[in-house]
Design a protein around this ligand. Structure first.
Ligand code: NAD
Ligand code: DAU
Length: 350
């Protein structure tokens, strides 16, 4: 039986990945290591928490002694590393936290893997999950390939770029067998409502203002989270050591078009008059250093590993809106407590 460590498995993408691996690979032991920050929520994993091949470990990747101890006690065959501070706006308010978790936390995992695997890297794999934001911002032309130079702008993307460099450095210097993927914006169920899509679904439902940064002209390339974790599965098992794979949906939307689409669909679903929710759109001060456009070229993973998105965006956004409307309890739970404080600091008087 293989033992796989997945970090950040109580978060948005991590919980979808844990669900996929626990159900698909009964002969793997899946260990979910998560600190349970505001973004980590064990309710995301209710359906699989009692499966015999699943185990949750609460812990902080920044705590090097704890990580070292865990690696020494458990003979991990592979690591899929997702744990991170992931929200750009929070990285603008508190950059240091991003250095601790995203950079030092990643280096701690690399050190422990190197230490316990050093006599035999055979069959081992350290898979680092990264983002398209490391490539910086595009103008109206162009697309990010695996060869695009790194040019991060936010403290979040700078910390992710740094962690990517450390993963490659540990391969080049120590031979630690790694693979990296850089994905575009994910959407789907269980995403914390600080990110655009779940935040705006929540606000439309509650008839609260929709805070559009700047003029809403920024462009993102949206991918259904289930398609991202399908890609992670394929790369973990079939990707080549030392390679980078870009993952994206060839699905670019300006924020304002996406927001109008969500308003239209929610008017229909909530039985509101046409155009009612659009009136909630409020243009607010732009995000500092706001990247204009991201677009991922995922030709390599398609050609080499046969992965393609399975779902069209119109269908995916429909499923996603339905999920948040049907899972009011989940949304109410995560928006209680500290959420209101965060929301007020981020948006009141913006
Ligand atoms: P998320 O914020 O929803 O979840 C992050 C998880 O990491 C949470 O469960 C949190 O508790 C855990 N965590 C945070 N700090 C930790 C620490 N110090 N020790 C242990 N656990 C800790 O994030 P997400 O959106 O699911 O993103 C997961 C990964 O995918 C991140 O590495 C992110 O950079 C990357 N990524 C995200 C997207 C996206 O659109 N969301 C796109 C591309 C790449
Ligand atoms: O591209 C991948 C990245 O996508 C991931 O690495 C990050 O973890 C993830 O958070 C996401 O980053 P973005 O900054 O693109 O996502 P966010 O949902 O925060 O914002 C999407 C766009 O919407 C962006 O142009 C900013 C804008 N926006 C966002 C919020 C929260 C608004 O206009 N208003 C808002 O209130």
């Amino acid at each position: 039986m293989k033992t796989i460590l997945i970090t950040g498995g109580a978060g948005f993408i991590g919980s979808h990945l844990i669900r996929l691996f626990v159900n698909k690979y009964p002969d793997y032991k899946i260990v979910n290591l998560d600190k349970l920050t505001y973004a980590g929520n064990l309710n995301n994993l209710k359906d699989i928490e009692n499966k015999p091949n699943y185990e949750f470990v609460k812990g902080d990747i920044v705590d090097s002694n704890f990580i070292q101890d865990l690696f020494e006690k458990r003979n991990f065959d592979g690591v899929i590393h997702l744990a991170a501070e992931s929200h750009v706006d929070r990285s603008i308010s508190n950059p240091t936290e991003f250095v601790f978790t995203n950079v030092i936390g990643t280096v701690n995992l690399l050190n422990s893997a190197k230490h316990v695997w050093k006599d035999n890297f055979e069959g081992k794999r350290f898979y680092h999950i990264s983002t398209d934001e490391v490539y910086g911002s595009l103008g109206s032309e162009g697309i990010f390939t695996e060869e695009t130079s790194y040019d991060p702008h936010s403290p979040y993307s700078a910390s992710k770029a740094s962690s990517d460099h450390f993963v490659r450095a540990y391969l080049d210097t120590f031979g630690l067998p790694s693979v990296i993927s850089n994905c575009s914006n994910n959407y789907g169920s269980f995403q914390f409502p600080e990110k655009l899509i779940p935040l705006f679904i929540h606000n439309i439902k509650n008839k609260k203002p929709l805070p559009v940064y700047g003029k809403g002209e920024n462009i993102r390339d949206w991918l259904w989270v289930v398609d991202h974790v399908r890609a992670i599965d394929i790369i973990f098992h079939e990707g080549k050591t030392g390679e980078t794979y870009n993952i994206g949906g060839f699905n670019e939307w300006t924020n304002i078009d996406l927001i109008r689409l969500m308003c239209k669909k929610m008017d229909e679903k909530l039985g509101r008059t046409k155009g009612e929710s659009e009136k909630l759109i409020t243009f607010v001060k732009d995000r500092a250093g706001h990247d204009l456009r991201y677009a991922i070229d995922s030709t390599k993973i398609k050609n080499e590993l046969g992965w393609e998105p399975s779902l069209q965006f119109e269908e995916g956004i429909e499923l996603t809106i339905d999920w948040y409307l049907e899972n009011e309890k989940w949304l109410n739970n995560v928006t209680s407590g500290d959420y209101q404080k965060y929301y007020d600091e981020q948006y009141i008087n913006r």
